[in-house]
Design a protein around this ligand. Structure first.
Ligand code: SAM
Ligand code: SF4
Ligand code: SF4
Length: 339
């Protein structure tokens, strides 16, 4: 197979970052992602034979890296640690020549059990989601009464084994905007980068409303009043978070402003769902099935050509085009597509 081709899309954006969802299941029911009243006991989660196997994921990842120019892999879900033997997959991806970085997004609750094996398998970084330091608020948000300590234990376990840790906090007006300052103070002290994520209109089940978005400008204003911050340059082109530094220190925070300040012009990400559908935008209405081609007799070269054609034709820039009508169209759920 040819090595390290870069294919640009319609707007001249390369593909660098592949986010792989390994399961659509989760042990939490965050209100903004998998509301419990919809994701109940009868919800039709994917069955085992519908999931891509680790061998299939490995094969596709190789093609993405060698024939499209992917460099970074992020494992996500659902809750990725709900899938058995995840270190086995990490280890397979780690062996692929050309992969520079393997990260994972997790709710952290299962990290105390798995952090060591994940690190040994080759995982370098984890983004751990935590939306509040208050048990009552957090228990309501995660829909399962999970305590803050359960996630803190995960954060500690990850740091202890040497994984680089970032914290993700989704901010929704009236839900946890009052937690911005306590979270900022706590993680500044702890030395972990905290990234605030604007509440997004992913999927159709979370009853998203623009009024509930607590925008980047307001988040930064709130923090700046208590702990002055200054904007700093991105680490690389296409970085999703805008970075800020607390003045007079090295500690930093980030804001992911998908709603109030779109960053589609540099978007170099694709998402592979657990059942093998490729989505070229987080807000896609439909994707491209890769599981059937993968299970047919297509060669790696033929699969590579198919993927290159998909990326070459990509015109997505949802956040730039967001409007009343686009937010109402049918979109894939976050727990399916992976964050
Ligand atoms: N279960 C893992 C976790 O929570 O970290 C990984 C999957 S989760 C879908 C990935 C990220 O998406 C999390 O940081 C989560 O907070 C974020 N997320 C989910 N729904 C969101 C929404 N409607 N708006 C903004 N971020 C959201
Ligand atoms: Fe689960 Fe993550 Fe979605 Fe919360 S945000 S319900 S932890 S997949
Ligand atoms: Fe990328 Fe789609 Fe998000 Fe724009 S809206 S940054 S194209 S995922």
């Amino acid at each position: 197979m040819k090595t390290t081709n870069t294919i640009n899309d319609y707007f001249n954006r390369p593909l660098r970052d592949l986010r792989i969802s390994v399961t659509d299941k989760c042990n939490f029911r965050c209100t903004y992602c998998m509301p419990a009243e919809i994701f109940g006991p009868d919800y039709p989660f994917l069955k085992r034979n519908e999931l891509l196997s680790y061998e299939e994921i490995e094969r596709l990842t190789k093609i993405f890296v060698h024939s499209l120019g992917v460099q970074k892999i992020r494992i996500t879900g659902g809750e990725p640690l709900m899938r058995k033997d995840l270190p086995n997959l990490i280890n397979k991806i780690k062996q692929i020549n050309g992969v520079c970085d393997i990260a994972m997004t997790t709710n952290g609750s299962l990290l105390p059990k798995h952090a060591q094996a994940l690190k040994e398998a080759g995982l370098s970084r984890v983004s751990i989601s935590l939306d509040s330091l208050n048990d009552e608020v957090f228990g309501k948000i995660n829909g399962r009464g999970v305590t803050v300590k359960a996630v803190m234990d995960g954060i500690e376990a990850a740091a202890e084994v040497g994984l680089k840790v970032k914290i993700n906090m989704v901010v929704k007006r009236g839900m946890n905007d009052h937690e911005i300052i306590p979270m900022a103070k706590y993680f500044r002290e702890k030395g972990h980068i905290l990234r605030f994520i604007e509440y997004m209109d992913v999927g159709n089940t979370n009853k998203w409303n623009l009024k509930d978005v607590y925008p980047k400008r307001q988040i930064i204003e709130d923090i700046d009043q208590i702990m002055p911050v200054e904007a700093i340059d991105p680490n690389y082109t296409g970085e999703v978070a805008s970075r800020y530094r607390y003045i007079g220190s090295d500690a930093e925070i980030g804001v992911i402003s998908s709603v109030s300040d779109a960053f589609c012009s540099t978007c170099n990400r694709a998402r592979l769902s657990a059942n093998g559908t490729l989505y070229t935008c987080l807000f896609a209405s439909k994707g491209h099935d890769l599981r059937d081609p993968l299970r047919s007799k297509l060669s790696d070269e033929q699969l590579a050509e198919y993927l290159q054609t998909i990326w070459h034709g990509r015109k997505d820039r949802y956040s730039v085009e967001r409007s009343e009508s686009t937010t109402k169209r049918t979109k894939i759920e976050m727990s399916h597509i992976g964050g």
